[in-house]
Write a protein that binds this ligand. Structure first.
Ligand SMILES: CC(C)(COP(=O)(O)OP(=O)(O)OC[C@H]1O[C@@H](n2cnc3c(N)ncnc32)[C@H](O)[C@@H]1OP(=O)(O)O)[C@@H](O)C(=O)NCCC(=O)NCCS
Length: 177
């Protein structure tokens, strides 16, 4: 309990400072697992009840403004909670170099793969394959980041060495509605 109160205080401070290494570090001290060079934007809300380790933000991942990460979902004071089992709690993992667009909601248990992109305002209900572009409500696969115009072959080769085999994951086909 004391640890959760500490997490609440540190997270409140973290949420009030601009994106910076300090902000990311404070989030890491507030119960999240935060890797290197993670960018956390203003207005991000994490519904983990200030518990330890329910959210992992891997190296170089980016969380845009007003994203809501929901690893722990419970209707609080609603009588519904007393009658039916509607609560869910499962960790969320945001993979290396992935980018969550503004206002997206990530639901319990979701893993976002390496280098994936989540569109603005998406509601992500299931896992996102590496390098998928997922958008909409519920989020569907719209494409593969690796089909976008190449900006730098040198950067591609460098990051392949850093990130590893996931760059060679099979191509992702868009889903129809
Ligand atoms: C999802 C996203 C990455 C797609 O970019 P893109 O590959 O260039 O896609 P396009 O703009 O060419 O759009 C492709 C299709 O997806 C749709 N689409 C794009 N973004 C969408 C979104 N967020 N939700 C639902 N549909 C979306 C487009 O309407 C288009 O549909 P159509 O083919 O029926 O016309 C981008 O639109 C997005 O949402 N980026 C996040 C931006 C953001 O939040 N930035 C925060 C600042 S850090």
């Amino acid at each position: 309990m004391i640890r959760r109160i500490w997490n609440l205080i540190v997270r409140t401070v973290a949420s009030h400072i601009p994106p910076s290494p300090l902000k990311s570090r404070l989030y890491g001290w507030s119960g999240l697992r935060v890797g290197k060079h993670v960018h956390i934007s203003p207005g991000v809300y994490i519904a983990d009840g200030y518990r330890l380790g329910l959210v992992t933000l891997e190296d170089y991942s980016v969380v845009a403004p007003n994203v809501v990460l929901v690893p722990s979902s419970h209707p609080n004071t609603s009588f519904v909670a007393e009658i039916w089992d509607v609560s869910k709690r499962a960790p969320i993992r945001v993979g290396k170099g992935s980018w969550i667009g503004a206002g997206a909601v990530i639901l319990p248990g979701v893993t976002i793969g390496t280098g994936a992109i989540i569109g603005a305002n998406a509601v992500v209900t299931r896992d996102v394959p590496p390098f998928a572009i997922m958008a909409g409500i519920p989020a569907r696969i719209r494409g593969d980041v690796r089909t976008k115009p190449l900006k730098s072959q040198e950067a591609l080769e460098r990051w392949k060495k850093i990130v590893g085999a996931e760059f060679d994951a099979p191509p992702i086909q868009a889903e129809t509605e």
